[in-house]
Design a protein around this ligand. Structure first.
Ligand code: C2O
Length: 534
């Protein structure tokens, strides 16, 4: 294994999209930012230098960070942010991971423009468990606002209102030929007939679950969230913010131009957001204007398309890559995802929307939780996060009248190596989208999913404990539930939150604290000397 060193300069960069220029925060002047390339088991160091007026921290989404929580990145959870003028070197090992992951800023809404892909190749001479593609291409999906993202954050953060929807979706930073005002049009992928291309797709959008589709081409999904899956073929990929998907496309068509569409998915759309970003596949050979093939994206509320895709996902579970699903459970947890109304003096109606897990709206601390845990600093958090909701009700029946939520910086404590089953129940109160729930520091197995109230006597009988998909971000369907299992084999403090940025902002988040084990390699490593101070 090797050490790969990167330098990330966080700078303001004037950027033009949708025919309008604005200064945005970028890494090294690029949107999306640079791709990190490494191999399984490599050490990666990234020196982040903050040249902007905002606090910055960067998260390596999906990297397990075994015992190295100091390098995980979420501001005030595992580190204090890097202040203007500050420098911090993230240092971690990609232990036993290969595939596509990504990195993004993890403070305020900076990740709107501060993000990029992480490509982890298998160890040298270890093949993919599928035929080697002829070429690999990173495809980062995002969102673009014409207005200042700071104004959009404030709307969500200070006023508790739904923020303005974005003005465009983007494919590798580009909304498409009709909207871009850039001379070169939308993102183009040049292909040769008969060749295979592995797309490493990242959904870096702030608030939107997306469909991805190519005219006249099938996609074979081979990996999600840096874990191999049983390959399956589909017309449309569903990808939630935070998720990554590797899919192989074979150039089976004749010379011409084939459009790629990226469009939003919502279980029951209320807001009008049907912007479709487009890119294209260009075959080499003589292309005439009549050979452009259009693509019809699925309608926004295509639950059937979404469910069919989700049901097709299975761990590869081969001899080399077995699915190690926990079969016994030490901690059985039931978390509800809900919405509440809290008083707010500065808000329009004297109240604002908050989000909660188990009726608790998470309050961000001012000291990083991992520091508080490691140095035993009291008064920063409590470890009494409830294992079930404070106010249970029928999640498909009449909505409750009491929307009060408790506030607190509450964590759930797990002994080292204990096993967890967590059922995430959506209350249907924050309509109309699935909630992509992301757990830092772990992969988990998605053992079950259903619509309606979770039934603890009946539903577990249908859990898939053989080859459930393993990932780090999973959608909890509107008015339904998702059950996950994981083993707490990573000591530290690990954030769990909705990857729709607006919901995280409203408080849809909590954290686990995993105690050290007794063995020699079972505790959090000491913090690096350049760890930023609050
Ligand atoms: Cu990709 Cu805590 O996030």
């Amino acid at each position: 294994c090797r050490t790969r060193n990167y330098k990330f300069n966080v700078v303001m960069t004037n950027t033009t999209r949708l025919c309008k220029s604005k200064p945005i925060v970028t890494v090294n002047g690029r949107f999306p930012g640079p791709t990190i390339v490494a191999r399984e088991d490599d050490i990666v160091t990234i020196k982040v230098v903050n040249h902007v007026k905002y606090n910055v921290s960067i998260h390596w989404h999906g990297v397990r960070q075994l015992r190295t929580g100091w390098a995980d990145g979420p501001a005030y959870i595992t580190q204090c942010p890097i202040q203007p003028g500050g420098v911090y070197v993230y240092n971690f090992t990609l232990t036993g991971q290969r595939g596509t992951l990504w990195w993004h800023a993890h403070v305020l809404w900076l990740r709107a423009t501060v993000h990029g892909a992480i490509v982890i190749l298998p160890t040298l001479r270890v093949p993919y468990p599928f035929p080697n593609p002829n070429k690999e291409v990173v495809v980062v999906l995002g969102e673009w606002w014409k207005s200042d993202t700071e104004a959009v954050i404030n709307q969500a953060q200070k006023l508790g209102q739904a923020p303005n929807i974005s003005d465009a979706h983007t494919i590798n930073g580009n909304p498409g030929p009709t909207k871009t005002c850039l001379a070169n049009g939308g993102f183009k992928l040049h292909v040769d007939q008969g060749k295979t291309y592995m797309l490493r797709i990242v959904n870096a959008a702030l608030n939107e679950e997306l469909f991805f589709k190519i005219a006249d081409h099938k996609l074979t999904v081979v990996e999600v969230d840096a874990v191999y899956v049983k390959p399956f073929t589909t017309d449309t990929i569903l990808i939630a913010p935070g998720q990554t998907t590797n899919a192989i496309v074979t150039a089976t068509q004749k010379a011409g131009k084939y459009l790629v569409a990226v469009s939003p998915f919502m279980d029951a759309p209320i807001a009008v957001d049907n912007f479709t970003a487009t890119a294209s596949l260009h075959y080499s050979g003589t292309v005439t204007s009549t050979t452009t093939k259009l693509v019809a994206p699925p309608p926004q509320n295509s639950t059937l398309v979404a469910n069919t895709f989700i049901k097709s996902l299975r761990s590869l579970n081969s001899a080399t890559y077995p699915a190690k699903v926990p079969l016994t459970i030490d901690h059985s947890l039931f978390f509800t995802i809900g919405l509440g109304i809290n008083p707010c003096k500065t808000c329009v109606n004297g109240s604002r929307v908050v989000a909660d897990i188990n009726n608790i709206t998470f309050v961000m601390p001012t000291t990083a939780l991992l520091q508080a845990h490691y140095f035993n600093i009291s008064g920063v958090f409590t470890d009494d996060f409830p294992s079930k909701p404070l106010m249970p009700y029928n999640y498909t029946g009449t909505q409750p009248t009491n929307f009060a939520t408790n506030k607190g910086t509450k964590l759930y404590r797990l002994p080292y190596n204990s096993t967890v089953q967590l059922v995430l129940q959506d209350t249907g109160m924050i309509a109309p989208e699935s909630h992509p729930i992301h757990l830092h520091g772990f992969n988990f197995f998605v053992v079950g999913r259903g619509i309606g109230n979770f039934n603890p006597n009946k539903d577990p009988k249908n859990f898939n404990l053989v080859d459930p998909v393993e990932r780090n971000t999973v959608g909890v369907p509107t008015g339904g539930w998702t059950a996950i299992r994981f083993k707490a084999d990573n000591p530290g403090v690990w954030f769990m939150h909705c990857h729709l940025e607006v919901h995280t902002t409203w408080g849809l988040k909590m954290a686990f604290v995993v105690d050290n084990g007794k063995g020699p390699n079972e505790s959090v490593i000491p913090p690096p000397s350049d760890l930023p101070k609050c």
